[in-house]
Design a protein around this ligand. Structure first.
Ligand code: HEC
Length: 122
């Protein structure tokens, strides 16, 4: 009888501690959440360009003749297909960022969603 009680307590502790672990998953890994519900040029796309691309693609030093530091130039590359093809590294486009690590899935999804929406100036 004593053994059964001990076993029950052990089982309870095991089960309850596990549910706690899953409850806090979002708190422990906030980066897991990727919000693509309201992608805009100013809040999402331009910051990605500035962080990963504009060391090589600013108006002042535009490698390959590609400028990515203003809406007009980014939308041109978006609508001709090169922007997404280069970051997704597909369809024979020159893989970008050149010599660096491919953008994470969250950033790739945001760029794809914005381009698919017609590259709006928002
Ligand atoms: C280290 C410098 C460097 C960085 C960083 C860089 N690029 Fe480039 N990019 C180049 C060069 C150089 C070219 C000219 C073509 C080539 O040499 O691949 C180019 C060409 C391109 C092209 C034209 C591709 C084609 O197939 O015609 C696009 C679009 C582009 N880059 C987008 C980006 C984007 C978006 C980023 C950021 C995610 C980025 N680049 C980051 C150097 C860079």
């Amino acid at each position: 009888m004593k053994k059964l009680a001990l076993f029950s307590i052990l089982l309870y502790v095991l089960v309850s501690s596990q549910s706690c672990y899953y409850d806090k998953e979002q708190e422990l890994y906030p980066g897991v959440v990727c919000d693509t519900s309201a992608v805009t040029f100013s809040n999402d796309i331009l910051p990605i360009m500035n962080a990963s691309c504009n060391s090589c693609h600013s108006t002042a030093s535009a490698l390959g003749g590609v400028v990515l530091d203003n809406y007009g130039s980014v939308s041109t590359q978006a609508l001709n297909g090169k922007l997404y093809n280069s970051v997704a590294q597909i369809n024979g486009a020159s893989p970008m960022p050149k010599g660096g690590t491919i953008l994470d899935n969250c950033k790739l999804n945001k760029i794809r969603i914005w381009v698919t929406a017609g590259a709006p100036n928002n």
